[in-house]
Design a protein around this ligand. Sequence first.
Ligand SMILES: [Zn+2]
Length: 337
Amino acid sequence: MVLSATARDLLTDRISRLGDTPGATIDADTHITDLESLRPDFAERMAATPDYFHGRPISAELLLNEMAMAGVDMALVWQNPSATAYGDDRQQDYAALLAANAYVFESSSRFPGKLLPAGWTDPKALGVDLARQLIDVCVEEFGFPVVKMNPAQNAFPIDSEAVLACVDRIVELGAVPAFHYGADTEFTPPEGFASVAARHPAQMIIGVHMGGGGAGYVEAEQHAQASRKMINDLGNVFFIESAKRDTHIESDFICAVENGSWRRTAVGSDAPYGRMTWNFGGSKAMLASLSEGSAHTDPRLESGAVVVTREVVGGFLGDNIRALMIEACRSVLDTAS
Ligand SMILES: [Zn+2]
């Protein structure tokens, strides 16, 4: 593998910046869009109403404004899939997704202390060959230490051959595979995610939404429970708490402390699909209440069986994803050398 000089510099710079910022609050799931080259239907909808609609795009600058309001120091950023226009031509779809990734790259280069860039590929729309080609660009040219796929949005199973071929390439480059992992469709079941994780047991794999992901309360119940069990059973899964019901997020926090897996969980907003002020305001208040122990209504805290320390709180709010990103950047550099 051949890392570009730019990618090498960015990865090295990121490791040093992240190493210097213990205790930083980091949003582990945000999506940005180049509003200057917005697809026409989104531009029309945005012009028609100031109200929210699903996936309403935000630029890097708007994300920074949101971070300031929410008390968030850094954000992991990837493209916004609903704003990326696909047609029926694989080369054109490749160009569209490449442009979306390039905007993430340029934005993180403009705000290196604020934005942690991550890539996105899509074996369904692009086909396996172009999807793998895009992985190479994301890691080798842009220096992204994480590459994500969304089987739910594109309606392909998480453990299909095409997806596994992409996972294998991401891992070969030393980067971390990430998935939309939710109960909102049948394409990302817990068994599917677990089988992808088991394929590369020495490699961390990120499950964004930890079984939530816009699913209804009742539908998400089993997914949430299976995910709490999975993080205990599989040492190489890392979950991001975004687009998920608050009650399950709290149970996840408590269980992760109880079973010792808490360093593999991080808070995210899923902005613009979720509000950063809400997710971080709520998570900070929730974690403060968990730290109060015996005053909490959960029997595990009330009895003192689970103790939520300041270190744990800092981990959920930023230090865990910070450590994972440092490790991922190092792994890409080591694999290339
Ligand atoms: Zn997201």
